[in-house]
Design a protein around this ligand. Structure first.
Ligand SMILES: [Zn+2]
Ligand SMILES: [Zn+2]
Length: 849
């Protein structure tokens, strides 16, 4: 026996040292053996139709290497919510799967020659092992991986349903091409003109590609934000802006030579008379025809080539000096027949509207700057109603109603609103325009020229065109290939035996589609497959899906605010329209967890500041690592990883374990829960019981208040501290020991969602049985420390926060709590109050300048 081990054994033979890892292994074995977290579907044995359901889902991981600290956080947060819901009486479904297709595994294959499946499955095994090691309460019977044919068979099946519904189509268009990844990208995957994945500047390329018609759902995607119970406002705003709905008019400007109609979208049809020139985006498809045979065609081509080398972000930069080139063509303004000159300029983007604008320099700042540069006329058509002067060194842009239309024929004197109505009516009568709604959203480009993805189940027949693979021939399995290198077309094209096939319709020779699907397709419906993962007839059974859907609580990173979340919303609506599911929104509530940094910096291999969760779990235990990531700050905010922080949490858990171990040794009945007895107590016994009820009350409220886990954990810490403070007084006295036991059992019960192994162990020591089968505790109003009061905190007289303080707290103690409030710190943003006023029993007011 080593000296350390001798020290670790107390007189009763019970270990006196908190051995996190052996406690964790013990409970993990129980959960695996008893399949504790598996939950039945409707129709399964043990299903209780009377029990409310809660589908708690953290976004599925992309398996690459080992899990990182962001995974530790998202699954710790999800697990705390799952445990809390279970103990509040819900039948909780918390599944796990892997978003297993994608470029990193394929790029690894290109470097090493190892099949992407091998690296992916090795990584999946690591992820699974660590999730088990962390003790996350997952229903493992529902595990899925999107690269398995049993899964992607149904991704293909859903693709075909969308194809039949006209929601998947193939067309030729200018697309974003990543030269490094040798594949096209969806608009959503281009960030400031760069590839979202590798940062390379994207270039435009004309290619035949597959699209999902998500634009058909633009209005429903907007309207149904009303159906969502609780989504972070900024996520909704980001999606709204991405969809970018604006109302206005389409007006058609005609070029007479060559004869081409150019529709433009404008939100300000009332300013049509102010159009003094016309601008095309460099990508505009009619440009070649327009410049053909003109004297400056080469100069225009040079300008376009230079413009296309710039990123969208650079081109959209309002501060930049405007550039452009004049075409030797004109267009006719549909409202007044005026011929105005045409330009190409890079500040006009193909993505917005029609890739062409009527320029109204008097009322648009960019047009104004361009007009200045090229000495073009500026013609005001909106002026202040009171005749006030407007500055002539910038565009006059106003939302005011107190303006009138001028220089616009018989519209003069009208308000802009009336002028809009008149102009739209005139355009419609003349067949030169109409009322129109424009969206920034474009159809979702889903095909990729890469290997490691779900094959698109289409066969190209010279006679029949694009023919769907019949359902009974699914899945179209990915063939194995020798060379993964992309060469501008899908590596699948080299799998000749696989490519050559026969047409399902006419049996003639045909070729398989060689593009694969964007991995965002795989993750747009995975939450439905968890519900019915072994279904061999359908992707999921409608009855089962209708029981579990929508996801009651979705948890993930804000980086998915647009792509994944919008695609999943679109899929859910399309599946609902097909009658496959009864809900139109997949995620009723969304929680976005903040990012963990280290020493204030984003973690990255190059900085060498990456926290490897496995390291900390083996050193401190899973419970300490999990509790720490939930404690480091409100989970929806970021937090900075500090090693001493984990250490501190580990010491707290050890103190709680010792308290439980000691109390087990001195009392052995569970009567400490007797409320009548608790209410009859007084003195320090009552003080400790009151503290425990205060912690119960606070934990419940903070769980409900947007999962403020850091303050829940802080409350349990306070309770444990109070027990240690009073321990010497209470120990050995019957009532005192019962109070200590109640305090320790309460702490075990409340810490369980974060530190499930220790919570289970301490509860078993103190009370016996399984803490996860216990209802979440409720506080006794009579025992709630009445000497705690809530003070309102104001800044400059406006309510900004509330703090809980002891009724007899001094002003200094109160101000100390106020200064510790994270919310206020954020709000003050470094401003020091010039005055601090405490109104006893009511409020604190901070005065800042
Ligand atoms: Zn790239
Ligand atoms: Zn055919």
């Amino acid at each position: 026996m080593s000296g350390e081990a001798q020290e670790a054994a107390s007189e009763e033979g019970r270990p006196a040292r908190y051995d996190a890892r052996s406690i964790e292994r013990k409970w993990q074995a129980v959960w695996a053996e008893e399949k504790t977290w598996e939950v039945p579907n409707p129709g399964d044995p043990g299903f209780d139709p009377g029990r409310p359901k809660a589908y708690v889902l953290a976004m599925l991981p992309y398996p690459s290497g080992e899990p990182h600290v962001g995974h530790l956080k998202v699954y710790s947060v999800g697990d705390a919510i799952a445990h809390y819901r279970r103990r509040n009486g819900y039948g909780v479904l918390q599944p796990m799967g892997y978003d297993a297709f994608g470029l990193p595994a394929e790029n690894h294959a290109i470097r090493t020659g190892e099949h992407p499946r091998v690296a992916t499955e090795r990584s999946i095994a690591s992820f699974r092992r660590q999730f088990l090691d962390w003790g996350i309460s997952i229903d493992w019977s529902r595990e899925i991986a999107t690269h398995e044919p049993e899964y992607y068979r149904w991704t293909q099946w859903i693709f075909l349903r969308l194809f039949e519904a006209g929601l998947a189509y193939r067309t030729d268009a200018a697309v974003h091409w990543c030269p490094k990844d040798q594949t096209v990208l969806a608009n959503e995957q281009v960030i400031d003109g760069r590839c979202e994945r590798c940062g390379t500047e994207v270039v435009p390329k004309k290619l035949e590609q597959w699209y999902f018609r998500i634009t058909d759902y633009a209005d429903r995607l907007l309207a149904d934000f009303d159906r969502l119970e609780s989504w972070p406002e900024h996520v909704v705003t980001m999606q709204r802006n991405w969809i970018g709905r604006s109302e206005g008019a389409e007006a058609v400007f005609r070029c007479e030579d060559p004869a081409i109609d150019f529709p433009v979208f404008t939100t300000r049809p009332d300013t049509l008379y102010g159009a003094t020139f016309f601008v095309l985006a460099p990508e505009h498809p009619d440009l070649d025809r327009l410049i053909d045979g003109t004297a400056n065609a080469d100069a225009v081509r040079d300008y376009v080539a230079a413009a296309l080398r710039q990123s969208t972000g650079e081109r959209g930069d309002a501060e930049r000096e405007k550039t452009g080139i004049r075409l030797e063509r004109t267009v006719v303004n549909p409202v007044n027949g005026e011929r105005i000159p045409m330009f190409v300029a890079d500040y006009v983007l193909m993505e917005y509207g029609t890739g062409a604008i009527m320029a109204v320099p008097a009322h648009d700042q960019r047009d104004f700057e361009f007009a200045r540069r090229f000495e073009l006329p500026v013609r005001p058509v909106v002026v202040p109603a009171d005749g006030a002067e407007v500055p002539d060194d910038e565009a006059f842009v106003t939302q005011s109603e107190d303006v009138r239309i001028v220089n616009s024929g018989d519209l003069d004197g009208l308000t802009p609103a009336d002028a809009k109505r008149r102009i739209i009516a005139e355009l419609e009568n003349a067949g030169r325009g109409r009322l129109a709604v424009n969206y920034r959203l474009r159809d979702w480009l889903l095909s990729r020229q890469r290997y490691w993805g779900c094959p698109i189940p289409i066969v190209h027949c010279p006679d029949c065109g694009a023919v769907p693979v019949p359902d009974d021939q699914l899945p179209v399995e990915l063939p194995d290939i020798e060379d993964y290198r992309p060469r501008g077309r899908s590596p699948l094209a080299t799998a000749f035996e696989w490519v050559e096939t026969s047409c399902p319709r006419c049996s003639g020779p045909a070729r398989r589609e060689t593009d694969t699907m964007d991995t965002f397709v795989d993750s747009s419906w995975y939450f439905l497959r968890y519900l019915d993962p072994d279904d061999a007839e359908l992707p999921f059974d409608r009855g089962i899906a209708d029981h579990w859907m929508p996801v009651d609580q979705y948890i993930g990173g804000v980086e998915h605010a647009i792509l994944h979340l919008m695609y999943a919303r679109f899929f859910t609506k399309a599946l609902a329209d097909e009658g496959l599911i009864g809900v139109e929104e997949p995620f009723a509530n969304l929680f976005t967890q903040g990012m963990i940094t280290r020493e204030g910096a984003k973690m990255s291999k190059s900085r060498g500041n990456v926290v490897d969760p496995a390291d900390y779990v083996s050193r401190y235990g899973a419970d300490a690592a999990r509790t720490y990531v939930c404690f480091m700050g409100p989970p929806d905010r970021g937090g900075d990883w500090v090693d001493e922080g984990v250490d501190g949490v580990q010491r707290f858990l050890a103190r709680l374990w010792r308290l439980a171990a000691e109390q087990t040794a001195v009392t052995d009945d569970a009567s400490c829960f007797d409320r009548d007895w608790q209410r009859r107590t007084a003195g320090p016994v009552r003080e400790l019981l009151a503290k425990a009820h205060w912690a119960i009350d606070k934990a419940g409220r903070d769980f409900e208040r947007g999962f403020q886990f850091n303050t829940v954990i802080a409350a349990v810490m306070e309770l444990v501290n109070e027990a240690y403070r009073l321990k010497d007084d209470l120990h050995g006295d019957g009532d005192g020991d019962r109070a200590l036991r109640f305090a320790a059992a309460t702490a075990a019960s409340l810490i369980f969602p974060f530190a499930p192994h220790l919570g289970a162990e301490a509860w078993e020591l103190l009370v016996g049985g399984r803490v996860w089968e216990e209802p979440w505790p409720t506080a006794d109003a009579e025992l709630l420390a009445s000497d705690v009061i809530t003070l309102v905190v104001q800044v400059n007289g406006k309510l900004r926060d509330r703090v809980e303080v002891a009724a007899d707290a001094t002003d200094e103690q109160i101000l100390e709590l106020v200064h510790a409030s994270e919310r206020l710190r954020d709000y003050l943003a470094g401003r020091e109050p010039v005055k601090e006023i405490v109104v006893p029993g009511r409020l604190v007011n901070l005065v800042v300048r």
